[in-house]
Design a protein. Sequence first.
Length: 117
Amino acid sequence: VQLVESGGGLVQPGGSLRLSCQASGFTVSSVIMSWYRQAPGKGRESVAAMTISSGNTYYADSVKGRFTISRDNPKNTVYLQMNNLKPEDTAVYYCKGLNVNGLGDYWGQGTQVTVSS
């Protein structure tokens, strides 16, 4: 089982980025997939999540209306589209698969997002 994030980088305030989370060893449509972030000196916080079959989504209040989580089943990839980025969105972003194959939660290695002018 492996999760690999990509797509982070440096962007100006108001800009956009799309993060990708490529999964292997399981199918992303079979578990709840989530995005978290951790800013310097702060704890890890949940940003967005997507349920299994219905694809219902959840967003933290701080990103609601700006971030969108989505899933591409043939590519076995989960995305986080981030628009209107703010300096306070600066963090390392992680994707997580909940209770994958009944073995527990799996995390990716993280991708850095920096929002700065």
